[in-house]
Design a protein around this ligand. Sequence first.
Ligand SMILES: Cc1cc2nc3c(=O)[nH]c(=O)nc-3n(C[C@H](O)[C@H](O)[C@H](O)COP(=O)(O)OP(=O)(O)OC[C@H]3O[C@@H](n4cnc5c(N)ncnc54)[C@H](O)[C@@H]3O)c2cc1C
Length: 296
Amino acid sequence: MKIINNADLSHLTTIKIGGRCHTLAFPETEEDIRYLINLSRDKDMPVYILGRGSNTIFGSIKGVVINMSRLRSTPIIKEGNNHIEVTLKGGNPLSDLINISAEKNTDGVYRLYGFPATVGGAVSMNAGAYGYEISKSLKRIKFITWEGITEEAEVSDLYFGYRKSPFPHLGVVTEVTFELHPSATSVKEEIAKIKTDRIKKQPINMPTSGSTFKNPKEAPAGLLLEKSGVKGLRRGNVMFSRKHANFLINLGGGTFEDAVYLIKMAVEIVKNETGIVLEEEVRLVEDSGADGWKIL
Ligand SMILES: Cc1cc2nc3c(=O)[nH]c(=O)nc-3n(C[C@H](O)[C@H](O)[C@H](O)COP(=O)(O)OP(=O)(O)OC[C@H]3O[C@@H](n4cnc5c(N)ncnc54)[C@H](O)[C@@H]3O)c2cc1C
């Protein structure tokens, strides 16, 4: 397994912001993950599980970052009675699942087209778009607990909510089985529409971490931010996109401090303008290392 000490984290997030961590590891097997869990506990260092970093902004961490990108394998497809089951590793790109969905013309997961995510990251965030959440297609999840035990759970035994799941607090997602059902419409055509829509509405050609805030029940966060004048708000080289107010973008060399400052400022502005307190969707990960072993 590849392990780097004092590693730069900026290239591991889609917004390209990050300080350094004490240890960066790329496990290839479940055994590697168990070893890293034990290592971080023995050394009393905080630990962060990283997928593609498309919902993560790093500061500096005196801890262990476990990059899941090498825990992947060829997807296993089982044909069922009017459905298919697809099993992938936690570090597989989400696009592997979406490609299968397009080829087999199945409903649901294709709506997440374009997310630069891993399977484990999407499950952990209960990622969603266009009225769909990934938990709707889940069947079974295999994970390693923070005690290092491999467990398997049916989705009906786990709680998923809006951008909420039991992970990573329950453990590291290592394998996921999805149940996909036929779509009544052409999935390839639907994907083409989603692609056009995203290019039109989102700054996907820029380094970004997607939606900064969750949508409160009152209105979409993007609309609240836009109405409150947050579009284009900038500090240093980090800015709330003029194309979509809920997307923070890095104009080049942006820092964690700039991102955190802007996020706090946006919360204040929206609260003053609308009375609504926005909640972060993006994971702001920083640790002084003073707090001992914990899951970030
Ligand atoms: C251009 C763009 C558009 C986006 N659009 C959307 C959208 O429409 N809807 C949406 O929901 N999101 C969207 N996102 C955000 C992001 O793609 C999703 O949240 C995605 O699911 C995160 O996956 P990841 O692998 O990058 O996770 P990371 O950012 O690496 O991690 C996210 C969380 O998951 C945990 N995690 C990661 N892997 C595992 C694992 N194997 N086991 C346990 N925990 C794990 C991490 O610890 C962290 O808490 C967008 C992002 C971008 C850049």
